[in-house]
Design a protein around this ligand. Structure first.
Ligand SMILES: [Zn+2]
Length: 247
């Protein structure tokens, strides 16, 4: 049976001859693996649409739960991301994290829209990389079921705690310590905390619409990156690649 779906390519795997296997986050089916025939050939009309980080309309043929692409038309290629190595590595990290949390045959419009909006913010709006990365990491953690409790100190209730416990996903004061405050605690300044609350609760359309000093963005990045990798219990080689650019 033929059907059309829109989706973004999260991963390309070399396959035999001129074929590729693609991992695609689609609007209707969540994450799926599709075979793209002949797309390594220069003559393929679907070549551009089947590249990593391209958002395309795919015509799929489904046979016993396996998908083959019969036609693919690119809708947004985010070409700005392909000519800048920092942006390309960061965007590849977003794709790898998305693949890690996306479920097969389970549509998640929120996840798809977060990834597309993050790529748009990087490529078109030229938002600071640190801001986009922090928003993506924290919001993705929320979507994946790891919404942190950012109301106040989890021990004394103070509205202005100065530590974020990334192991537990709660706020604490440096001075509040008891048997429940185990785990890794990282300093969080008031501006950073405000940004975290914004990212966790803002409307998807306004998610990237805030500014923060570079120092606060650096602190925020350390927190969101550590929190996400702690919660997902893994690292990402694309993130290591991206960070190696700044060593
Ligand atoms: Zn406290």
């Amino acid at each position: 049976m033929y059907e059309k779906t829109e989706g973004i390519v999260l991963r390309e795997t070399e396959y035999k001859d001129a074929d590729k296997l693609l991992t695609v986050l689609t609007r209707e089916h969540g994450k799926i693996t599709v075979k793209a025939r002949g797309v390594k050939s220069g003559r393929s009309r679907s070549k551009a649409a089947c590249q990593l980080l391209t958002y395309s309309e795919f015509t799929l043929l489904e046979k016993q739960g396996r998908y083959v692409i019969t036609e693919a038309v690119p809708k947004e290629m985010f070409s700005e991301l392909r000519t800048d190595i920092e942006l390309l590595y960061l965007a590849s990290y977003f794709a790898q994290v998305t693949e890690a949390v996306a479920q097969e045959e389970d549509a998640s419009p929120e996840l798809l829209s977060l990834l597309l909006n993050a790529l748009y913010a990087l490529a078109k709006l030229k938002k600071p990389q640190k801001l986009v990365k922090a928003v993506f990491e924290l919001r993705l953690a929320c979507i994946a079921g790891f919404l942190p409790d950012l109301r106040g100190c989890a021990v004394c209730g103070s509205p202005s705690p100065d530590r974020f416990n990334i192991t537990q996903g709660v706020l604490q004061c440096a001075s509040c310590g008891n048997e429940s405050t185990t785990g890794i605690r990282m300093p969080v300044s008031p501006g950073t905390l405000e940004a975290m609350r914004y990212i966790a609760s803002a409307d998807a359309k306004r998610l990237f619409s805030f500014t923060l000093s570079d120092a606060a963005l650096t602190e925020l990045n350390g927190l969101t990156e550590s929190y996400l990798s702690m919660r997902l219990e893994r690292g990402f080689f694309t993130l290591d690649l991206y960070k190696s650019l700044f060593l």
